[in-house]
Design a protein. Structure first.
Length: 234
């Protein structure tokens, strides 16, 4: 059984020179194009955190990491192709998942009420998921929506195709939410995939999807040095 490590925390809205120094020239150039100072600072911070996490796993300098992009834009490390990783952030919350020899994706969302949740369920949920969601008491529907959404988003990110793959085609089992009922044929069988909810803090929902049975080690970190939590999954 493989181990997937997940780091999560909060991004600072204050510029940090050390974060900037870890970025590549390409990342710094992209940051310079972001006119909103908060968005620019968050971008620099989350890219710095990603480099720190990967550098820690590979025992190299964060600045030395070179990113490549697959056909549909998913980043990978050409020098370390067996290292799988994925990043998600929502407002100032971030999560990074890392594993070896697998396909994985991660998603995090702020679980805020939205007036159009029912319309999004109709558009993005399969019939079995939508029926389950509509059967819930109204006060449970917001949290349940985001749990389904992050599980499905984590899967499409794991495939490297992203949301263009079609969220309706990735069907989570409402009765056993660590499993998929169906996935697109090119990523079948559904039985090899696992999706795990993450404990990423109050008001936040997160999930990681991976194409094998795993143990998840989850770490809340502001500077990559806080306590680990272990959870095993069959």
């Amino acid at each position: 059984m493989s181990t997937i490590e997940c780091w999560h925390g909060q991004l600072s809205d204050e510029a940090d020179h050390q974060h900037w120094q870890r970025l590549s020239a390409e990342e710094q150039a992209h940051a310079a194009t972001l006119k909103n100072p908060v968005l620019r600072t968050r971008y620099v911070s989350v890219r710095s955190h990603l480099r720190q996490v990967l550098a820690q796993k590979l025992a190299i300098q964060a600045k030395a990491i070179v990113f490549s992009k697959a056909e549909h834009g998913k980043p990978y490390l050409a020098d370390y192709p067996e290292l799988a990783f994925n990043l998600s952030h929502s407002a100032n919350a971030w999560v990074i998942a890392v594993g070896w020899g697998c396909r994985l994706g991660v998603d995090i969302e702020i679980a805020k009420p939205r007036a159009n949740l029912a319309a999004l369920v109709e558009k993005c949920f399969a019939d079995v998921e939508a029926s389950y969601w509509h059967s819930l008491p109204e006060h449970q529907q917001t949290a349940a929506f985001y749990r389904f959404w992050t599980r499905k988003e984590a899967f499409v990110k794991a495939t490297g195709r992203g949301i263009a793959l079609g969220l309706k085609q990735c069907v989570v089992n409402p009765e056993q939410p660590t499993e998929f009922l169906t996935v697109p044929a090119e990523f079948a069988p559904a039985s090899v995939w696992r999706v795990l909810d993450l404990d990423v803090g109050q008001g936040l929902v997160g999930a990681v999807a991976v194409d094998q049975a795993v143990v998840v080690r989850q770490t809340h970190q502001e500077r990559l040095n806080l306590q680990n939590l272990i959870r095993a999954v069959d």
